[in-house]
Design a protein around this ligand. Structure first.
Ligand code: FES
Length: 101
């Protein structure tokens, strides 16, 4: 194992985009979390802050009934039932502070 102490994101947003095969099983992917993930990723790229803010997908936090789920580091702030309409609030709270002015 190699520890890499050069990678230092100021913010890491992880969104569960898991889509289960069973259509009756609750899962984050059915809540349009993949679209939200893609929009956030494109926003970060457009602002050229990829070295400061990272958005990644998760494949299940085992909190499926509360999904779509999202966690924000370094504070480890959990959000349940995130939706595409939360985009502006997520940007304002967690990304905009790291945009270059
Ligand atoms: S599918 Fe997202 S927490 Fe399980």
């Amino acid at each position: 194992m190699v520890i890499d102490d050069k990678i230092k994101f100021k913010r890491h947003i992880i969104i569960c985009t898991n889509m289960k095969d069973d259509p009756a099983a609750p899962c984050c992917g059915r809540g349009e979390s993949f679209g939200l993930y893609k929009r956030l990723k494109e926003y970060i790229k457009s602002k050229n802050i990829k070295d400061s803010v990272k958005v990644t997908q998760a494949r299940c936090f085992s909190m499926c009934a509360d999904g779509p789920n999202m966690v924000v580091y370094p504070e480890q702030i959990w959000h349940h039932h995130v939706a595409p309409e939360d985009f502006d609030e997520i940007v304002e709270k967690y990304i905009r502070p790291f945009e270059v002015k």
